[in-house]
Design a protein. Structure first.
Ligand code: ZN
Length: 97
């Protein structure tokens, strides 16, 4: 892929939407995961201390990781549409194919 501005071949895909989507998703998922965490903690609390911690932790991790995956997929659809897909490493212009 050559830069349309300076014709350099030193260009890179950016994955901006995917990166942003993944980060936002993991935050949102983490918050949603906290709900799952309290439910998990409640269930886990039938086994004192360890159960509460493990239940809460599992709920949070599941929420955060599934949120990140969903966010990355949603963000990926923005790459090449809302965000330019490539960036030139020489002149720092961004562009699409
Ligand atoms: Zn360039």
């Amino acid at each position: 892929m050559n830069c349309p501005y300076c014709h350099s071949s030193n260009t890179q895909k950016r994955y901006l939407g995917r990166t942003i989507g993944g980060s936002l998703g993991s935050v949102a998922g983490g918050i949603a995961g906290l709900e799952g965490a309290s439910a998990g903690a409640l269930i886990g609390s039938t086994i004192p201390v360890i159960g509460t911690l493990a239940g809460g932790l599992i709920g949070f991790i599941i929420g955060a990781s599934s949120g990140a995956a969903v966010g990355a997929i949603a963000g990926e659809s923005l790459d090449g549409t809302v965000f330019d897909e490539y960036q030139c490493q020489d002149c720092e212009q961004t562009f699409n194919e």
